[in-house]
Design a protein around this ligand. Sequence first.
Ligand SMILES: Cc1cc2nc3c(=O)[nH]c(=O)nc-3n(C[C@H](O)[C@H](O)[C@H](O)COP(=O)(O)OP(=O)(O)OC[C@H]3O[C@@H](n4cnc5c(N)ncnc54)[C@H](O)[C@@H]3O)c2cc1C
Length: 328
Amino acid sequence: MFSNGVLVYSEYDEGAIHPVAFELLGKSREIADRLGVEVWGVIVGYRIGDDKARELIYYGADRVFIYDHPRLEYFDPVLYRDVLVDLVERVNPSVFLFGATPLGRSLAPRVAAAIGAGLTADCIDIQVDENGDIIQVRPAFTGNILAYIKTTSRPVMSTVRYRVMKMPNRDTSRVGEIIRLAYSLGRDSGIRVLGRISRRSVDLGRADIVVAGGRGFRKKEDLKMLEDLANLLGGVVGVSRPLVDEGWMPRERQVGFSGNTVKPRLYMAFGISGSPQHIAGMRGSEVVVAVNIDPSAPIFKIADYGIIGDLYEVIPKLIEELNRIKRG
Ligand SMILES: Cc1cc2nc3c(=O)[nH]c(=O)nc-3n(C[C@H](O)[C@H](O)[C@H](O)COP(=O)(O)OP(=O)(O)OC[C@H]3O[C@@H](n4cnc5c(N)ncnc54)[C@H](O)[C@@H]3O)c2cc1C
């Protein structure tokens, strides 16, 4: 077969490819062009149509490998690991990238351990130096510095955060090869999926408008006004970590270094001081509006619009004004 390509694990769930795969294909195209190799995607699941593979080609893949089997319908970390190890043995990739999604974070280390490779988690960039070596960039020391990690063994394996890489253009004139691979899933993984409960989880990473609250809120019930404001704006609520630690909001709502990375068109921060760990998760926002009673709060340094004021006065006024506009 062929070898040395840059391989992207393309997460497939409920009939859709997770968009982090498209971002990774864009970055892979850059890396592969520098190294003079191909870009590959791999999809694991059940009833995967060629149209899904073609999407990967439109975003930069030269070849797409598919493992399609009823036992791969739901994420089974053991079976998924086994088929990816099979693929690595067949095609010998030089780089293997995963999205740092909950699934990617569970799967990538299992594959790395099985093939004896290293793994750099939560990368925010992948570069190629003048010698053709791969440099993985990731925050270190709670986001205060960036570590540049050179890996000389192959394959170089990374998980990469969603929404930190640029989304490439979808080019429907691109052509590539779709290869369906058979693998004998002989052994019992010991995992039985008895049923599946679809959770209506929020995806902060994909939100266009994020309305975020921090420790300026005095009690959990007060977050209701943040939700009202988010609903009026068509946005979603995010929070700083202390509110999650307090149990006021689930972890999936946390913005920051140890939470979600967001890149909305509008980020509104109410009662958030702007710690480096918080900013690490929202600095890619297009427009930042900050409301804080303390004029020296660091959040104002990165805000496009700052309001020095009490969120308990500002939010009700914003809600009132938005309702007035809505009523016409
Ligand atoms: C390893 C590690 C990982 C971390 N990861 C994250 C992360 O992912 N996300 C994250 O957010 N944090 C993270 N943190 C915590 C981070 O260091 C800060 O403690 C946290 O971001 C502070 O949250 P905050 O801004 O809500 O609270 P504070 O820093 O306490 O700020 C509250 C702000 O509210 C203002 N305020 C008070 N009352 C009002 C009012 N009535 N109206 C308007 N403003 C008001 C105050 O002036 C103040 O600026 C992490 C820390 C560590 C060590």
